[in-house]
Design a protein around this ligand. Structure first.
Ligand code: FAD
Length: 426
């Protein structure tokens, strides 16, 4: 952590935009809505609510975009962590279609916000999901069939090995499903852009102001170390950093720490020539993309909870070399980690917890896009129209049953098992 800035050291910090430090809350204030968490979820909801005329306060325990929103891979993807067939199976085709349409709207919101607020965040269209083994090809082709037949999703196309090799110089992949609608961004700059837009609309933001307790009542009162907010409605937008603030929300998500590395600038050695982002289909997947300044950002090493392995940077580099062996002499200039929240259903947990307290988290690796629609449907529900919110809130999320102390070894076992399946499966 860089003491001066309050942020961790990362490529995004080195290349990102900054906002002036916002004040710490040190008095008793009132608002219509108090949002806890200054990341993509919080700012999306704040913008939607402010546009409807609500008086909104955001409390952020650290700095704006300090959490996953300022640390992630920037892959802005259509759909959910749960595959399309499983969505259909679990929820039925009609509900599945509504979920799908909302995920497409997420991507539209990202592009709209970038345009509306002139957010400079290196938006780049085009992503491809890559097959390493025949079972992946089968899965991706079935996915393509379903997207085209049932979801009216045009524009995707199948790429064979040669075509992939042509634009990536990588021999690792035997096929892939190309999607020109999905995209990638500089997520820190996107979040800072949202925060600036929210401020300009009149949202009050307090940094270094952790909510320590929610005293439920009419209105609710949210305490911080030096002040409090009285607000009728509350949104928990805390992701995996929620840590005891609200048990009903916390017990539906598992925090998982994920790592990213960024190489030194590659100049004319950049292997990805068409600027697209890529991810494979393994359980413990690799994802990677070129950055705007010509490096490769490579993510995919996960650990249960905090506690970095001493060899994380080298593990990231070794995984990158499996894809791009020609980059053996290239330095991994940055690496960092952050928490994301996963649910047992692999679907986001967007819900009303009672007493006008809402939560939106558990995007399970798809938050760069889904935080945008989450903010919108939560704002709609707070304003009295919960139809689209209910498409999410009616998903029955199971509790994470494992006691906190046993979660780390249980998760370590699950990650190990998933890695083994990746290696052994055909
Ligand atoms: C390394 C990594 C890579 C990822 N890559 C991708 C990717 O490529 N694509 C993708 O779609 N998703 C990815 N994700 C997930 C994605 O980043 C998240 O889903 C998304 O950023 C969640 O946004 P958020 O606003 O809900 O949470 P966050 O951005 O984590 O914000 C939550 C904020 O709440 C604050 N907070 C918590 N408790 C309190 C409190 N009591 N009081 C006040 N504030 C509090 C925290 O300080 C934090 O700033 C990745 C995540 C990680 C960690």
């Amino acid at each position: 952590m860089s003491q001066a800035s309050g942020y961790i050291d990362s490529y995004y910090q080195a290349t990102g935009h900054q906002l002036p430090l916002q004040p710490e809350l040190d008095s008793e204030i009132t608002a219509d809505v108090c949002i806890i968490g200054g990341g993509m979820t919080g700012f999306n909801a704040a913008i939607e609510l402010r546009k409807r005329g609500y008086d909104v306060v955001i409390l952020e325990a650290n700095r704006i975009a300090w959490g996953a929103s300022g640390r992630n891979g920037g892959m802005c993807l259509v759909g959910y962590c749960l595959g399309l067939h499983e969505v259909d199976e679990a929820f039925g085709p009609d509900w599945g279609k509504k979920l799908w349409d909302l995920s497409c709207e997420s991507l539209d919101i990202v592009r709209d916000r970038i345009r509306e607020f002139s957010i400079d965040c290196d938006l780049q269209q085009n992503c491809i999901e890559l097959a390493i083994k025949p079972s992946h090809v089968k899965e991706l082709k079935a996915y393509q069939d379903l997207m085209e037949s049932h979801y009216d999703y045009d524009g995707i196309s199948w790429w064979d090995r040669d075509k992939i090799r042509e634009v990536t110089s990588s021999d690792r992949y035997i096929g892939g499903l190309f999607d020109p609608n999905s995209a990638h961004i500089h997520p820190h700059n996107y979040t800072v852009g949202l925060a600036r837009a929210a401020m300009n609309l009149g949202v009050r933001i307090y940094e270094n102001s952790a909510a320590t307790k929610i005293v439920q009542g009419w209105p609710n009162r949210i305490n911080t170390a030096k002040g409090s907010v009285k607000a009728r409605q509350v949104l928990l937008a805390c992701n995996a950093y929620i840590d005891g603030l609200h048990k009903k929300a916390e017990n539906k998500v598992l925090p998982i720490i994920s790592y990213i590395g960024v190489t030194e600038p590659l100049g004319d050695r950049q292997p990805i020539t068409n600027k697209m982002a890529m991810s494979d289909l393994n359980n413990c997947l690799d994802y990677f993309r070129p950055t705007a300044d010509g490096r490769i950002l490579f993510g995919g090493v996960n650990h249960p909870f905090n506690g970095e392995h001493p060899d994380t940077r080298e593990r990231l580099r070794q995984r990158m070399l499996k894809v791009f062996p020609q980059l053996d002499d290239v330095k991994m200039e940055y690496h960092w980690g952050g928490l994301f929240s996963a649910t047992r259903e692999y679907m986001p947990h967007i819900d009303h917890l009672g007493n006008d307290i809402y939560t939106a988290h558990g995007y399970t690796g798809h938050g760069v896009s889904l935080t945008n629609i989450a903010g919108r449907v939560v704002a709609e529900a707070m304003a009295g129209t919960a139809e689209r919110f209910d498409v999410f809130s009616k998903i029955r999320h199971k509790w994470i049953p494992t006691p906190k102390i046993l979660r780390k070894p249980a998760l370590a076992m699950a990650i190990w098992k998933a890695e083994l399946q990746d290696r052994l499966g055909s």
